[in-house]
Every structure is written in structure tokens, then in C-alpha cells.
Ligand binder design. Sequence first.
Ligand SMILES: *[C@@H]1O[C@H](CO)[C@@H](O)[C@H](O)[C@H]1NC(C)=O
Ligand SMILES: *[C@@H]1O[C@H](CO)[C@@H](O)[C@H](O)[C@H]1NC(C)=O
Length: 289
Amino acid sequence: MSLLNRRFVVVGLIVLLSFAVFSEAEASYGAYKVEVINEFPHDPEAYTQGLLYAENDTLFESTGLYGRSSVRKVALLNGKVETVHEMQASDFGEGLALLGESLFQLTWLQDTGFIYDRYNFSKFKKFTHHMQDGWGLATDGKVLFGSDGTSTLYKIDPKTMKVIRKQVVKSQGHEVCYLNELEYVKDEVWSNVYGTDCIARISPKDGTVIGWILLQSLREDLKSRGYKYFEVLNGIAWDRDGDRIFVTGKLWPKIFEIKLLPLPPNAPLIGEIINLCIPKPFNLGNLES
Ligand SMILES: *[C@@H]1O[C@H](CO)[C@@H](O)[C@H](O)[C@H]1NC(C)=O
Ligand SMILES: *[C@@H]1O[C@H](CO)[C@@H](O)[C@H](O)[C@H]1NC(C)=O
């Protein structure tokens, strides 16, 4: 290699390196819009608080509201509720996770929840947890991840319900409060953010938001079809084997199977993410998660 060539190589390397550093700083999180691959019927009376995919086109769902709370087994394809356990009127169902043969369910404004036999909802017992409240629940197959409406993501030992680790979820320095329904998806924790049409993709290693999924189009789609009485986006389910993602909301008439489409860095929506996805803290007193 001549001296001249060597100089070119060195300059080239420096240019490449600075590009790498620059683009890493730029792309501190990914932003995605969604394409709807499929839609399925969903009980429009279900105030969805927890959703998960088990297998064989079967979902488990937890619903909220006093007097209307339940845990249910639902057929994905026709939305039929195959089995349901109605909770007592003083319990408000929240996050749900399936670990082994057990369904763990949180309840709102209480530090207790229930563990059901997934094959027989009449077999259940109560547990106590150590979060401030019960909002979202997910599992990686070993531990539970929980949310309580704050910006804290909890890692919980399912045997003792003790908190193993707490992380404050942040997106470029902004704390993300109101973490709600959770799902574990390929080494990430995905979280609905209460009151928004956004899902945060959180690194369970350090609580950093590594991606924002913008789902405003789903609400617009439902509205344009004349649906009026549906509430906020809530409920994420991942079919591990089929690598399918399903989302719905409280009192939504549909469950959508979605595919993520990365937004280009100059997409106008990206500048709006802080406003659209990161709620300002407000009085939690009268908030129904
Ligand atoms: C799923 O469906 C297959 C084929 O019908 C069946 O063998 C299997 O037991 C089902 N799994 C569960 C958990 O129901
Ligand atoms: C479900 O569990 C209850 C309570 O243990 C029991 O009485 C009932 O027979 C079980 N049902 C089935 C279908 O196994």
C-alpha cells in the first residue's frame, strides 16, 4: 500500500467512525407507525386491563370496572369468551400474566391480586405485592414485570412477589409516567402509556425507552367507522411462536394484529413524540388505570 493510499484509508476510517458515532446519537430511539395485518372481534363491553396470547389462537384477558371485572379465556378468531370468572364487585381487575400453568392478575388500588389455574378459574388464591398499585403485568417466562401507574418498571420474583429490581423508565431524559398494560416481547418490555396512543418499547436492562410505537391511526380508523363509545388504547399480546403482535383498548370493538413500520428520521410525527407519548404528571386521585 502506498503512503497516499494509506492516507485515504485513514481518512476514510475517520469519516466512517464519525458517521457511526453521529448516527448512534441521533437514533437514541426508534419510532414506528403501524400497519394493520388483521382485525378480530373484541367484546366491546370488556374494559381491557390485561391481555396475553397463550397458544392455538387463544387469548387471556383481564377486565376492569367495579362489578364488571373478570378474567377470561377468549378465542382470538371470533372474539368468543370461552371461559369467564366474574370477580367480586369490590375488585377492579388489572394486569395479567401467564407463567407456567398460572395466571397472575393485579387489582387496582390494592396491594393484592390473584393467581388462577389457567385450566380452571375456580382454583385461585390471593397474593400480596409490593408495588404502589396494580396496573400492568408481564413475564419473560421466569420473572414478572409490573407497573403501578408511575414511571417505575418493577421486576418481581413470582414465588415470593418480592421486588427484585426497580427501574425508572426514561425517554431521552424524560420520565415516562403512567406505565400501564405490559407485554414482554423479544427481550423488551412493551408498555401502554395511560391516556396516550403510544406504546413504549423499554429495555429491561436499564429502563431506557428504545422505541416508540405510534398507534393514533387505530383510533382514527375506529372513529371513521362510526364507533363512538370506546376508551383508551390498552392491551398488548405477543404470539411468541408466530411472532404476531395484537393490540386493543378499553371497550374497543376490535383487536388489531399489527406490523411495525419504522418512521424515517425526518417524519413530522417524530418531533411530536414528547407531546403525544409522554404525559405530564397530573393528579392520580381520580384516575382509573
Ligand atoms: C393446541 O392445539 C393442539 C392441536 O389441536 C392440541 O394438541 C393442544 O393440546 C392444544 N394446546 C392447548 C394448551 O390447548
Ligand atoms: C375446578 O376447580 C374447582 C375447585 O377446586 C372444582 O370444584 C371443580 O371441579 C374444577 N372443575 C373442573 C372442570 O376441573
